[in-house]
Design a protein around this ligand. Sequence first.
Ligand SMILES: *[C@@H]1O[C@H](CO)[C@@H](O)[C@H](O)[C@H]1NC(C)=O
Ligand SMILES: *[C@@H]1O[C@H](CO)[C@@H](O)[C@H](O)[C@H]1NC(C)=O
Length: 131
Amino acid sequence: MISTSALTTFFIALFTILSLVASAPTPAPRDVFSPPVLYPGKGTVWKMGHTYNVTWDLSNAPVNITNSNGMVVLVKNHRMIDLEHPLAAGFDIRVARHPITVPKNLKPGNDYQILVFGDSGNTGELFTITE
Ligand SMILES: *[C@@H]1O[C@H](CO)[C@@H](O)[C@H](O)[C@H]1NC(C)=O
Ligand SMILES: *[C@@H]1O[C@H](CO)[C@@H](O)[C@H](O)[C@H]1NC(C)=O
């Protein structure tokens, strides 16, 4: 049987811990930016060998981005394709578009996505690549 005073002590301790957690300073805003892909999106059809501008949304980009080096990787069936040879790399992520050329040796499919990396990656919607 737990005494009332033990319970009271317990709740006071619990309350103290909770209020400490609640009043803990919020972490300083990080300058991490993972750009949301705008294009290609749902309904987009790309042809192999053609060049397109991948675009992303900069409206929530922090003022100072830790890593402003962008990279564009093709994803098929939720797997990154050939990460060692991204479609584009080393461009400035603070410019909201970058041209890429669709490789010719792909399998046509409607399960492609574009992954744009800033500090971390953001995958766009599924789209189609045809010959
Ligand atoms: C990509 O965007 C640039 C800048 O707006 C434009 O000059 C270029 O023609 C575009 N390329 C394609 C393939 O749409
Ligand atoms: C961004 O970096 C500049 C130069 O280092 C600095 O003066 C400024 O305060 C920073 N801004 C933010 C929002 O961190």
